[in-house]
Write a protein of this length. Sequence first.
Length: 355
Amino acid sequence: MNPREKFLIVFLAIFGLLAVGRTVKRSYEAKIDGLDDKISSLVKKDTIAKAEKRRAVKGINEWFETGMQTISTDLNQTKERLRDKLNELASKSGMGQAIIKLNQKEDKVGKNGVKALEFRVTSEGRLQQVVQFLFNIHRQHYLVRCTHLEIGLVSDKKKQGQLKMDAHFETLILPSNKTVPAKMIETKLAQTKPAEVPDRLAFASLNDYQKSIKPELFEAFKPTPRPRPTTVQRPTGTGPKPPSPPKPPPPPPDSELALRRILSSPRGQQVVLEDERNKNAEDKRVEVGETLYGGTLVFVHPTGAVSDKQGQWRFHPMGLKLKECKPLTKEDYPAVFHELSKLQQRSGGITKGPG
């Protein structure tokens, strides 16, 4: 074997080793990439599992808190206890016999599984008694929500001052679920320790509510008697005649002029007024600080101009006559009002108009 053949054999062996090494390297890199993807997937699943666990723990806590504000988890038991309690509250308020109707249909189920029992109470009494009943029912330890309320005068004339109340309410019934069995829920009937009266209302005292409501709201309408006209003793004979009432002041001379254009330059700003009654008449120009419609022109805007008369801002819209102006308010013209207010703050005030 000559040297050339030896060199060729060595070259082929080295080339083969390089090819095998390259294949092994690619396989190793692919395996590493696969492990990275698997690790990322596991980390993502772990994050989702932890978030679901947090939501489950939060849901369990909310379930327990709701149970503390529920009469019972049993529908029939809730109806029985609720009917007795409503009759007791109506009697303590001094109202007449209450007619209570509980919803006998399938109780409503919310998305979270919480059920609501509907009940309706109709009774008669005076305004203060109705207020006392509504106050007491919203001060119960269990949750109660009023969904509909009608109060009106009783049609029977013998019951003058009596009101008829028709109120619709809802209260919670908390069923069990897979996470929180019914035996783990502590409701108001299961609590052994007396709980404090919840503070759900705007006023803590019944007296505050009774003072804030005027009884005249439900009384029959009594028209206010008109005062009798006084007779004026007119002079007779040749005596002096009573002075005639003063004539209204004439409108400003430019009241019929229409605002057509606004001119602005470094030297100042002015408005151009046009007399629509006489198209051949020359346009009138008024600069800021000069008289405009009985006041003073204080501000110009692309949509119109503002005049000040005795401390009152008036807005003259573009294209309308000056007499068609309106008071400048933040609600009607927010952009103009905002810019004029900023200008007033920077300059320390706006020049008041004449008068």
